[in-house]
Design a protein around this ligand. Structure first.
Ligand code: TXA
Ligand code: MG
Length: 350
């Protein structure tokens, strides 16, 4: 049985929060909202509790987990000699949606980091997770609160869809504000490297660390042994996702043709639409979900995962989506869509 407590994000301190914090300390699993997405948390210092995260998610043991901390004192608890750069980045971006990969201290069980000698650390800004960290007084290991390879959960309902009965507690604090996961930045190499684009953009990082680089995220499905977290099949709805790149005019025309073709074949077609695009597909009988407006990428990011889940819930066979420009938050949005599409794009010529 999963017990649900409704938490007011404006005033998270409550009996439910206290009970959940005690449960975490006892080694139980608690899901909670953060400012990015919902997390599935366990006591980061308790190897047995962390093992239960992998079990509940069906997550492969080679995919390491982020440790959430309350303050800088906890950074020194979990990380071995954090570099000066970590402190500078913390000053600029914490609390917030930036995860730093640093050297792991032995107090963090190796299973948290899938056996790596590093640990990914983030001080979140969401009021519910912050209150939980404060009440529990332990660092909390937490991946996104979805079944492995499903779209990340941005609402309590999504968490229940995937994890009902598999976790002890769920704190319902409403929809996660950003809807996209944190940016993962590796500080253990020669130059800081983005391992996963996310809610903190490359442009924002460059202001503080001009030499930041971006690791090529794995897109080769043939690769038998992908690096941790680089698995291409990720964020996938049940339906097949088709991602189209090219000029808006040419792409929309191709998507309309494909909508008609699939419909003809008896398939139920879903379209993940941007703003006005929806008018091109509704008349063709496609199931449409509007992600927001191209000029408001924050809005698109906030709705991306919930729109994919909404289309799935309507039983579509394919989901057609037009790729947006990759600047700023567009990079993280493109990354999640590419993964949902299992690394395949349909490049449309003018
Ligand atoms: O916004 C977020 O980051 C959310 C919320 C709950 O904090 N969490 C999240 O966790 O998205 P998860 O497990 O879904 O993604 C964690 C990412 C994975 O790509 C993983 O491979 C990477 O972080 N990661 C974790 N520890 C790492 C490490 N020691 N070295 C390299 N990558 C690591
Ligand atoms: Mg995840």
């Amino acid at each position: 049985m999963t017990r649900i407590f409704t938490i007011d994000p404006a005033q998270p301190e409550s009996v439910g929060l206290r009970i959940a914090a005690d449960a975490l300390r006892r080694g139980e699993l608690v899901a909670f909202p953060t400012e990015t997405v919902y997390g599935l948390g366990a006591n980061a210092l308790d190897a047995a509790a962390v093992a239960r995260i992998f079990q509940a998610k069906g997550r492969p043991a080679n995919d390491p987990i982020i440790v959430h901390i309350q303050d800088l004192a906890q950074l020194y608890l979990v990380a071995e000699h954090p570099p000066m750069l970590a402190l500078r980045l913390a000053e600029h971006f914490w609390p917030g949606a930036l995860t730093l990969v640093v050297k792991r201290r032995p107090i963090i069980p190796a299973t948290v980091s899938a056996g790596l000698d590093t640990v990914a650390v983030r001080m979140p800004s969401g009021s519910v997770i912050r209150a939980l960290l404060k009440a529990a007084q332990i660092p909390i290991a937490a991946p996104s609160a979805n079944t492995f390879s499903r779209p990340s959960a941005t609402t309590a309902a999504h968490v229940l869809e995937d994890l009902d009965g598999k976790i002890e507690f769920l704190l319902d604090g409403g929809a996660a504000k950003m809807g996209l996961e944190s940016t993962v930045l590796d500080l253990t190499g020669e130059v800081p490297a983005i391992l996963r684009p996310g809610a903190v953009t490359l442009e924002a990082l460059r202001v503080v660390i001009p030499n930041v680089t971006q690791k090529q995220r794995m897109i080769d499905t043939e690769d038998a042994t992908p690096a941790p977290g680089m698995l291409i099949k990720h964020y996938s709805p049940r339906a097949r996702v088709l991602l189209y790149t090219g000029s808006a005019g040419a792409v929309l025309e191709r998507m309309q043709n494909d909508t008609q073709r699939y419909t003809h074949e008896g398939k139920r077609v879903g379209v993940l639409a941007i703003g006005d695009d929806v008018a091109h597909f509704a008349p063709l009988g496609a199931v449409t979900e509007v992600m927001g407006d191209e000029r408001d990428l924050e809005g698109v990011g906030a709705k991306l995962f919930s729109s994919l889940r909404a289309l799935d819930a309507q039983g579509v066979d394919v989901i057609l989506v037009r790729a947006l420009p990759r600047a700023g938050l567009g990079d993280a949005i493109y990354d999640r869509l590419l993964r949902a599409a299992e690394g395949q794009i349909i490049a449309v010529e003018d």
